[in-house]
Design a protein around this ligand. Structure first.
Ligand SMILES: Cc1cc2nc3c(=O)[nH]c(=O)nc-3n(C[C@H](O)[C@H](O)[C@H](O)COP(=O)(O)O)c2cc1C
Length: 362
């Protein structure tokens, strides 16, 4: 079905088409029977493949990556497509418009996207109001960013504000320190600023856990453009600060294999297949240090069960996708989960964790 409507959406400007699609989805869900039809076509065709990560039980390991539902407006339809979890945001403390348009570009020959959205966000209050207006259907991560106008020296305060605001609404929280579109943000991945950030956020997490009586995991989202020593430093700090998870990776500022593509000159972060190998390399390098002590959520260029398996065998415990959802539509979920379930059985195992232990030992 998606292949029939995709040309219509792709004929429009990329950002308009994105907003229109989410709007239409919300509108369609007001029609009687729409929800059960979507569930029948998608969620019901997605086999269970449960996995326990960060103390949470995920119905399957394939999540929606941050950036598609920045305002938390489309939870029920997205869950009904069969995602094992949704990562919402990035949300910034205060509302901000993001970068001037156009800021979203499709590189259709490569099934890729370049974006320089720049954390367009309605801010925490509006985000939480949207969340409160919808029933909880499944696991939710909330991805936090800093406002562009917040001086770098006060970046930690923005993440603390975010953590306090979303703590009781999220199953896990992501600190996004790797978007290439907010000046200075990626410098938070350097040793001293990262140590300060992790220490402050970990302390606050402890206080919030005591106040609310439950622990909400914190994951750090990293860039694919780090060198090996940068990755090793991050891995060491994650262990030292007992961080709950790491998401690898965000979009890349590099343009691998896109030398002949005029649109590749647009500034911003690249996602989709050209990112796949880079992000898998980061996962493999992180895993070499972490050795399973801290779970990895693998993201970057996943569009098939083989891509997903590559990330999992490299060290990921869960995976996420965004760009393949735009190019292939919601059917890609069931296809990937089905393919993973087949690989688990082919290893003679009944659960993903056992199959991965086998596959990683080879
Ligand atoms: C249009 C667009 C907007 C994005 N916005 C965010 C964001 O707000 N926060 C974030 O952490 N990642 C954001 N991302 C990055 C994705 O979450 C993901 O890390 C990246 O796209 C790689 O996955 P993919 O190749 O499956 O798309 C965005 C990606 C795209 C394409």
């Amino acid at each position: 079905m998606y292949s029939l409507i995709r040309p219509l959406f792709f004929a429009l400007d990329a950002e308009r088409s994105h907003d229109l699609t989410l709007g239409l989805l919300r509108a369609a869900y007001r029609a009687p029977g729409a929800r059960s039809l979507v569930r029948r076509c998608y969620a019901d065709c997605t086999p269970p493949l449960p996995v326990e990560v960060m103390g949470l039980r995920f119905p399957n390991p394939v999540g929606l990556a941050a950036g598609l539902d920045k305002e938390a407006r489309c939870l029920t339809p997205l869950h009904d497509f069969g995602f094992g979890f949704l990562e919402l945001g990035t949300v910034t403390p205060q509302p901000q418009p993001g970068n001037p348009k156009p800021r979203l570009f499709r590189l259709t020959h490569h099934a890729a996207i370049i974006n320089r959205m720049g954390f367009n966000s309605s801010g925490l209050d509006a985000f939480l109001a949207n969340l409160a207006a919808q029933p909880r259907r499944g696991l939710i991560g909330i991805n936090l960013g800093k406002n562009k106008l917040t001086p770098d020296a006060q970046a930690i305060d923005d993440y603390l504000t975010g953590l306090r605001a979303v703590y009781t609404h999220a199953d896990y929280v992501t600190l996004n320190i790797s978007s290439p579109n907010t000046p200075g943000l990626r410098a938070l991945q350097d040793e001293a600023p990262l140590a300060a950030l992790l220490s402050a956020l970990k302390h606050e997490q402890g206080l919030l856990a005591r106040t609310h009586g439950h622990h909400v995991p914190i994951a750090i989202k990293v860039a694919p453009d780090l060198d090996d020593s940068g990755i090793d430093t991050i891995a060491r700090l994650l262990v030292a600060h007992n961080i709950d998870g790491v998401i690898a990776t965000n979009t890349t500022i590099m343009r691998p294999g896109l030398e002949q593509e005029p649109q590749a000159r647009e500034a911003g972060g690249l996602s989709g297949p050209p990112l796949r190998t880079l992000s898998t390399q980061v996962i493999r390098r992180l895993y070499a240090t972490l050795q399973g002590r801290i779970p990895i959520i693998g993201v970057g260029g996943i569009g098939s069960s083989d891509d997903a398996w590559e990330k999992l065998v490299a060290g990921a415990d869960l995976i996420q996708l965004y760009t393949a959802f735009i190019y292939q539509g919601p059917g890609v979920l069931a296809e990937i989960v089905r393919g993973l379930a087949e690989k688990v059985h082919a290893h003679g195992c009944t659960c993903l964790a056992d199959a991965l232990r086998h596959a990683r030992a080879v």
